[in-house]
Each structure stands twice: as C-alpha cells, then as structure tokens.
Design a protein. Structure first.
Length: 247
C-alpha cells in the first residue's frame, strides 16, 4: 500500500489577491482552519501518512502549520518540509515539475503527487492507491473542457496524450492535478524543457511516460475543488459544511 505523498505548496497564490499577502494561499482560513489542513485530513483518512510538503513562499508560516497540525482521531502522520528555495538546481526555474526536481532521491518508491491548493474526497484519494508498475493521472469530467488539459485515452485504455486547452473537442475528461507516480517519473523530469510560458511542467513528464505506455487514467467519482481565487473560499466552505468537515 502506498503511504507517501508529495504536496506542491511553494507558491504565494497571487490570484487570492490581498488574502495571500501575509500567508501562502494554502493556509488561508476556511471555517476557522487553514485550507491545507483539510487536504491533510483527507489524505490521512485515505491511508497516506507520510507526507513531503514542498514549500517556498513564507516558509515560517508553513513551519508553524506543521507544528500545529493534528491528524484526525489523534492519529500519527509524518510531515517533512522541503524548502524549494533552498534547492540550488532550481535557481531561476519555475513550474509544477520543480517540486520533484528538488527531492534529491528522497522518494524511491511509488507516491502520490498533489497540488496543495486542491481538495479531493477520501474515496477518490483511496482509489489512486494502485500498487503496480503504471503511473496514474486523475481525470474529472467537465462541461467546459476547453479551459483545461484534456486527457486523451488510446484504444488500449492508456493515456495517449494531454491536450492543453484544445480549440476543438477531443474529450471532456480533464486533468485534475492528482497523480500516482512510480520512480520512472524521475527519469523523465531531466528530459523536459521550458514550456511556452517559460515553466517546467509536470504534464510534460507525464507525456513522456505516456509515450512509453506507462500511464493510466483514473476517473474521479466524487469531487475536485481548486482553491485558487477568493470566491473559492465560499465554495469550499459550503462543501465542508455539507460533509460535516467544517469544524
């Protein structure tokens, strides 16, 4: 059973406007608790109890979060913080692949990779715990798939490619930013180059793995909340209250 999770939480979150000026967006309060605490709760309840939290912006706030966080039911959870800003090989580099670039062999087995501003259900997180030789990317159906990266499956049920913001319809199952990786991902990361927006994208590593026929798609059954803008606070709060997680 997979226990380890790498959480990417290095950014400030400028779309949160003034709310992220004195704290990372991952620590903005929802129903009296930092948003990140709900992600930690869900991961713990899904069986993942070994977390590497990759940080950067306002490191001290993340250190305090680690010190104050208590797992549900007084459970035990291991949290290791890696400051992305301290990684010499990342100087001048940005993007969703960067957190994995600075782990320096800290992860040798299978693990989940998740963005710290996303929230998923316990059951969907459990479903990503697949102990096999494949990598997995989580997908969720959207009515407006052209706003996202769309997952395209081949005839064998494997990921063929990810089409970013397609101008023509290629499917409605979009990338939810939740991955299960094997150590093979670390072979592909050094091969990726800057994207058109000047960043190193984890999806480029996934695409290289897909060419090797090593990626499957796992469709989410419950929910996916992206905590990116001020209006998302109310959405997440409503979800938590409806599911009795708002305390």
């Amino acid at each position: 059973m997979i226990k380890k999770v790498v959480i990417a939480a290095a950014g400030q979150g400028t779309r949160m406007l003034n709310l992220s000026k004195d704290k990372p967006k991952h620590l903005i309060s929802v129903n009296g608790r930092p948003f990140l605490s709900y992600l930690f709760d869900s991961l713990f309840l899904a069986g993942y109890k070994d977390i590497i939290l990759v940080t950067g912006y306002m490191q001290e706030a993340m250190d305090n979060f680690k010190k104050d966080y208590t797992a549900p039911n007084k459970g035990k959870i291991k949290i290791e913080i890696v400051n992305q800003s301290d990684c010499p090989n990342l100087k001048g580099k940005y993007g969703t692949a960067c957190p994995l670039m600075c782990l320096n062999n800290k992860v040798k087995d299978q693990f989940l990779y998740i963005y710290g501003d996303n929230l998923f259900s316990v059951e969907d997180l459990k479903a990503m715990n697949v102990d096999d030789e494949f990598c997995y990317v989580a997908g969720v159906k959207q009515e407006r798939p052209e706003k996202y990266g769309v997952l395209v499956e081949n005839s064998d049920g494997l990921l063929e490619k990810i089409v970013e913001k397609p101008k023509e319809f290629v499917g409605n199952l979009v990338n939810a930013g939740l991955y299960k990786f094997t150590s093979k991902v670390f072979e592909k990361i050094p091969m990726i180059e800057k994207s058109l927006r000047g960043e190193y994208e984890i999806t480029d590593a996934v695409s290289l793995l897909a060419k090797d026929r090593k990626v499957k798609i796992k469709e989410l059954k419950d929910c996916w909340y992206d905590f990116g803008s001020p209006e998302d606070i109310e959405k997440v709060s409503k979800f938590l209250n409806e599911n009795n997680k708002g305390k």
